[in-house]
Design a protein around this ligand. Structure first.
Ligand code: CP
Length: 314
């Protein structure tokens, strides 16, 4: 099985998704061969700031033996009026095989993929998608619980503007997890409720019943001032703090894709919580991205579906 690009998780069958996670787990347990992407030129084309995604792609590319070029936003001729299609043609003419891209505009990687004859990997586009972040989050859940199937996972906060949330919802649903979305109406419209994805307003009511909580950053840069919530009000209702940690089941974990805002989505007590998994998520970013690079260039075997267990909490 092979796909030319990875633009979002809705392009993948559940078996492919499991295959990617299997491969990422293998790469995490023992480093892959350094020649997996030998003689393959990869360009990292990031038009937005990034610490985790950029660095982990760069490390992943190095570990699979790719030849890596970083093209910072100011260095790309897109800023001089060159079209996306002409940029794609230009890079392909220089034998670039993979473009990893992040852009503030939703849909940018899709338009690039229409013109580029190599592989495009979406490293985050606007409010739309962040498929490799969702993969590393799924990998973190799977490493913790041995499965994603049957887990109950709460995504908390600014779901409306979060590309992390959108890709996670796709991945969690595809693998048979139950998804609870928790937040205020301005950041989480009721219309986001669909099928097994539920919209809830009270974080306190949800916490005792979940296997994992994924806190999300308020995407200030993408929110109109008119709907930006009062931060005190947000913190009172949705910030993870010592009291809320006590509401969680003993096995439950807390995740955050980063960057996190101390005092807004969480308080300092979270960093000492036994189930805080941020560092594991970041570490899984490298193996998940190695698996994606290998997948688009070399392909993968598809993993069979596991039996579907119930949530640990019923
Ligand atoms: N989680 C995430 O995408 O972080 P960066 O913006 O630092 O890449």
């Amino acid at each position: 099985m092979q796909r030319r690009n990875l633009l979002d998780l809705d392009e993948l069958e559940a078996g492919e998704l499991r295959g990617l996670l299997d491969q990422a787990q293998r790469f995490g347990a023992s480093p892959p061969r350094r020649d997996l992407l030998r003689d393959i030129i990869v360009v990292n084309l990031f038009f937005e700031p990034s610490t985790r995604t950029y660095t982990s792609f760069a490390i992943a590319e190095h570990l699979v033996g790719a030849d890596v070029i970083a093209l910072p936003p100011g260095s790309s001729s897109l800023g001089k009026g060159e079209t996306i299609a002409d940029t794609a043609l230009t890079l392909a003419a220089m034998n670039v095989r993979v473009i990893v891209t992040r852009h503030p505009e939703s849909g940018f990687p899709y338009r690039l993929a229409e013109s580029f004859e190599g592989h495009v990997i979406n490293a985050g586009d606007g409010c739309h998608a962040h498929p490799t972040q969702a993969l590393l989050d799924l990998l973190t859940l799977r490493t913790e619980f041995g499965r994603v199937e049957g887990l109950r996972v709460a995504l908390v906060g600014d779901i409306l503007h979060s590309r992390v949330a959108r890709s996670n919802i796709l991945g969690l649903q595809a693998l048979g997890a139950e998804v609870l979305l928790v937040g205020p109406p301005t950041l989480l419209p009721a219309s986001m409720e669909r099928g097994r994805v539920k919209v809830l307003r009270s974080l306190d009511d949800v916490l005792p019943h979940v296997d994992a909580v994924m806190l999300l950053r308020i995407q200030r840069e993408r929110i109109a001032a008119a709907v930006l919530p009062e931060l005190d009000d947000y913190a009172r209702n949705y910030r993870m703090d010592a009291r809320r940690l006590e509401l969680l089941a003993p096995h439950a974990i807390v995740m955050h894709p980063g960057p996190y805002n101390r005092g807004v989505e969480l308080t300092e007590e979270v960093f000492d919580f036994r189930g805080w998994r941020y560092a594991q998520q970041v570490a899984h970013g490298v193996s998940a991205r190695m698996a994606v690079l290998d997948y688009v260039v070399n392909g993968l075997p598809v993993s069979p579906a596991p039996p579907r267990p119930e949530s640990i909490l019923v």
